[in-house]
Design a protein around this ligand. Structure first.
Ligand code: HEM
Length: 183
């Protein structure tokens, strides 16, 4: 994944646990580069190794960390150069979810080697059901955090429930999302 993703993980760990923790995690993951380059494409294994090393070091379950990283990613992306594209892509949780593929396609103009996920959204009463397609395994908790993070962008409280899991054999991960204006 692009260096931007690893940089966001670094920012999260440094802010919450300090730069010493990040140095330990980087070493545990076997990463020799002292810094990631935003626009360089790194093997996915680098991101997975960092997340795995963090989980081991903090003795915290990997899904919990991925979930926290999802929430953090939205705030991180918002303050970065592409934040405006994200905010212009929708005015509510449901609108942004429905335009995620178009949004990643616009972002891909800056990131030509982007291998983005794909999201199919359909209405289910007051909720929406989101199918998440990716060739990358294990990222459902990250996506659940991302969706909650999107809610905070719009001052909405968001409940996310996983309906189907690709890791358990379903064709895609699927989530039911219920957003409402936070009190
Ligand atoms: C300004 C906003 C955003 C930027 C700049 C951005 C950019 C990126 C980049 C660079 C990657 C790595 C993929 C690669 O290198 O091939 C990525 C992956 C991903 N993005 Fe976004 N993204 C943004 C917002 C979002 C939002 C709001 C979601 C909400 C669901 C999202 C969902 C994902 C997921 C799930 C992945 C992991 C890759 C996978 O599932 O295969 N992104 N994005």
């Amino acid at each position: 994944m692009y260096g931007m993703v690893n940089q966001a993980l670094e920012a999260l760990v440094t802010e919450r646990f300090g730069s010493e923790t990040w140095a330990v995690v980087r070493e545990k993951a076997g990463i020799l580069d002292p810094a990631f380059i935003t626009m360089k494409q790194y093997p996915d294994e680098v991101t997975y190794a960092l997340a795995g090393a963090l989980s081991e070091h903090l003795q915290a379950p990997l899904p919990d960390l991925l979930h926290a990283f999802g929430i953090y990613w939205v705030a991180y992306a918002k303050r970065g150069p592409w934040g405006k594209i994200m905010l212009a892509s929708g005015g509510s949780t449901y609108e942004l979810l429905a335009t995620l593929d178009a949004m990643h396609a616009r972002i891909a103009i800056s990131f030509p080697d982007l291998k983005p996920p794909s999201f199919k959204v359909r209405t289910d009463g007051a909720a929406v059901v989101v199918d998440y397609h990716s060739h990358r395994p294990g990222l459902a908790p990250f996506v659940m955090g991302l969706i909650e993070g999107i809610g905070t962008l719009f001052g909405e409280s968001v409940k996310v429930e996983q309906l189907a899991s690709k890791d358990a054999g379903a064709p895609a991960d699927s989530f039911r999302v219920l957003a409402s204006k936070a009190a």
